[in-house]
Design a protein around this ligand. Structure first.
Ligand code: 3Y8
Ligand code: NAP
Length: 243
């Protein structure tokens, strides 16, 4: 299984309880990823060819892609590698967030559009999009940025930035306190869906703050499941697993 999300952790627990032989794959983006109740491997595979070689050499019979909705390259590689090998693949994905009463969300297609959506006048922006895409915001140096990162960065591409090192899942009350303490005026976030990252959106609604919400990248066509039970049923249908 391709992991790195809260849902992947839930699935790993179910697979361990069912006694199914599993390996949980992390990209190695963070210094110390959360431990899992099944064997773990860390690091890229080396593109589609590397993934194909891994799946073949490890005699993997089924692939579950439980990566984050923004991990589009990994998902594309999994579709290509499994198609080439004729291996069964399922995507375990969570639905995106939908604005409710009181939400002041501005949907944008990508990171560049999120930068463009910021006001000209200096603002205090909570950039809750992690570390990999911060450089794009250097085009708007007039804002003060609050960054929440999993690991402490060596350097930052933004002149006015303050870092909070924290690994989710986050709570509404903690995010409310953070937004208030930092007098945040705008939030930038990815439409990750799920529960681990949604606290800041609920806190934003309570404070009446605007959220610039980045849409998910498009993924290739594949079978998908929306729950652990659905993935386990999908696995259970294969006779060779004998579950
Ligand atoms: C390495 C594994 C668990 C999984 C926890 C979920 C919830 C907390 C919310 C905010 C948003 C953000 C970021 C975020 C969340 C969960 C989940 C989720 C967002 C870990 C993890 C890995 C990563 C990689 C990391 C990215 C970054 C993104 C921070 C582990 C903790 C912003 C995405 O420094 C870096 O390079 C970080 C990179 C990819 C996005 C980015 O582009 O920077 N996640 N996050 C995975 C690997 O190596 O394969 O370290 O334990 C997993 C989780 N992150 O089991 O509890 O499931 O969504 N992760 C976003 O959603 O916007 C934080 O601050 O409000
Ligand atoms: P990405 O851009 O889709 O993938 C880039 C490359 O990273 C992939 O081609 C692959 O390298 C490697 N990779 C990604 N996920 C991997 C995994 N689970 N196991 C092994 N290699 C992996 O990925 P990303 O957006 O950087 O996400 C990386 C990890 O962080 C994933 O586990 C994802 O679930 C987790 N995560 C991401 C976000 C986010 O906002 N992007 C949020 C929360 C968690 P090779 O081509 O060399 O195989």
């Amino acid at each position: 299984m391709l992991g790195g999300t809260t849902e992947a952790g839930l699935l790993a627990r179910a697979l361990a309880d069912a006694g199914l032989r599993t390996v949980y794959s992390y990209a190695g983006r963070t210094a110390a990823p959360v431990a899992q109740p099944v064997p773990v491997r860390v690091g890229g595979f080396g593109g589609v060819a590397g993934l194909q070689a891994y799946l073949r050499d490890q005699r993997i019979s089924h692939v579950v892609d439980a990566t984050h909705p923004f991990a589009a390259q990994m998902s594309r590689n999994a579709v290509a590698a499994c198609a080439a090998l004729g291996l069964p693949l399922i995507g375990y994905e969570r639905s995106g967030w939908v604005a409710g009463p009181g939400d002041d969300w501005r949907a944008v297609p990508d990171i560049a559009a999120a930068v463009a959506a910021l006001p000209d006048r200096a603002a205090r922006v909570f950039l809750a999009i992690g570390r990999q895409h911060l450089a794009a915001f250097a085009a708007r140096p007039q804002h003060s940025y609050l960054l929440r990162l999993v690991d402490c960065p060596e350097s930052l591409p933004l002149p006015q930035a303050q870092v909070v090192v924290a690994r989710g899942p986050f709570t509404t009350e903690a995010d409310l306190a953070l937004l208030r303490a930092q007098a945040i005026t705008h939030i930038v976030a990815k439409n990750a869906g799920g529960t681990g990252a949604r606290a800041k959106l609920d806190a934003a609604r309570l404070l009446g703050l605007p959220v610039i919400l980045i849409d998910r990248p498009a993924l290739p066509q594949r079978q998908v499941a929306g729950s652990v039970a659905e993935v386990m049923r999908w696995l259970g249908h294969s006779a060779d697993l004998g579950v």
